[in-house]
Design a protein around this ligand. Structure first.
Ligand code: CP
Ligand code: NVA
Length: 302
């Protein structure tokens, strides 16, 4: 593995190795076993969108691995004034050992990898959020003991989260059922990968998707960059595309609930369900740290 650009590119074996390493790093962290595997290395973190979890977990993770992370806001970089990605990539490659980028277009992440000479990690694009889904798979495996054969139900917008969950879920042997309103389906490239898979279901009906599910997952109706569509999206999603007690009742009695956060209570998830499953949801948030450390070590260890 040279980069982590999207889960659609990652093999099932690579995902499995990352999850095993993440478990090991979490164990070592909990037991005070130091693992300075990236001593002296620097990660640059380019943010074109806001972040709490991604920024803090990457920065803390690099520190715990003996390295250092630089927060690079696109407002301050020349990239924000139009310096091309291909130049930024070549310059940063001379200073840093790895780059994490959160941006809009997937092409920007791909171009950084293409023109640079150091590992590039996708910290969220409009297409995918691979780091989040590695943490999600880690959390589900931690709570359930395994992934293969479990049913993952995603209700909501066919956005970056839906795309990465479909790729990651199917590649790890899960059954994946997605319920979205018409016009808000996952990306075509992801559907091309999933459509003939016997374990994949795409429906408009959340109850059909949730039936007998082991894991229920949702995300915001309007993602970062879609603020101007918020009202229109609300009309398309409201009253139907929500994880609430009715949806939970359709799932298995021991079903888990996951949310990448930030959550909009009363929109894609009710306050009641979020608080009843807070333990699982904040384990998921914690696991961003451990899963990303596994990515950093896999890509950057010399
Ligand atoms: N889930 C997630 O990526 O959170 P942030 O936007 O806070 O990084
Ligand atoms: N779909 C959301 C995920 C945030 C972590 C967004 O892109 O804003």
């Amino acid at each position: 593995m040279k980069h982590l650009l999207k889960l659609l590119d990652v093999t099932p074996e690579e995902i499995n190795d990352l999850l095993n390493l993440a478990d090991q790093l979490k164990y070592e962290k909990k037991h005070g076993i130091s693992h300075e595997l990236l001593k002296g290395q620097t990660l640059g973190m380019i943010f074109q969108k806001s972040s709490t979890r991604t920024r803090v977990s990457f920065e803390a993770g690099m520190y715990q691995l003996g390295g250092h992370a630089l927060f690079l806001s696109s407002h301050d970089l020349q990239i924000g004034r139009g310096e091309p990605v291909q130049d930024t990539a070549r310059v940063l490659s001379r200073y840093l050992d790895g780059i994490m980028i959160r941006t809009f277009a997937q092409k920007e992440v791909e171009d950084l990898a293409k023109y640079g000479s150091i590992p590039v990690i996708n910290g969220l694009t409009d297409l995918e959020h691979p780091c989040q889904v590695l943490a999600d798979l880690m959390t589900i495996r931690e709570h359930k003991g395994f992934l293969k054969g479990l049913k993952l139900c995603y209700i909501g917008d066919g956005n970056n989260m839906a795309n990465s969950l479909i790729a990651g879920g199917l590649k790890t042997g899960m059954k994946v059922a997605v319920a979205c309103p018409q016009g808000y389906e996952p990306d075509e490239s992801v559907l091309a990968f999933a459509k003939d898979h016997p374990d994949f279901l795409l429906t408009k009906d959340p109850m059909e998707a949730a039936a007998n599910a082991d894991v229920l997952y949702t995300d915001v109706w309007a993602s970062m960059g879609q603020e101007s569509e918020a009202a229109e999206r609300k009309t398309a999603f409201e009253g139907v595309y929500q994880i609430n007690s009715n949806v939970l009742a359709a799932a298995k009695p021991d079903a888990m609930v996951q949310h990448c956060l930030p959550a909009h209570r009363g929109e894609e998830i009710t306050e009641e369900v979020l608080e009843a499953h807070a333990n699982e949801i904040f384990d998921e948030a914690e696991n961003r740290l451990h899963a990303q450390k596994a990515v950093l070590v896999t890509l950057m260890r010399k």
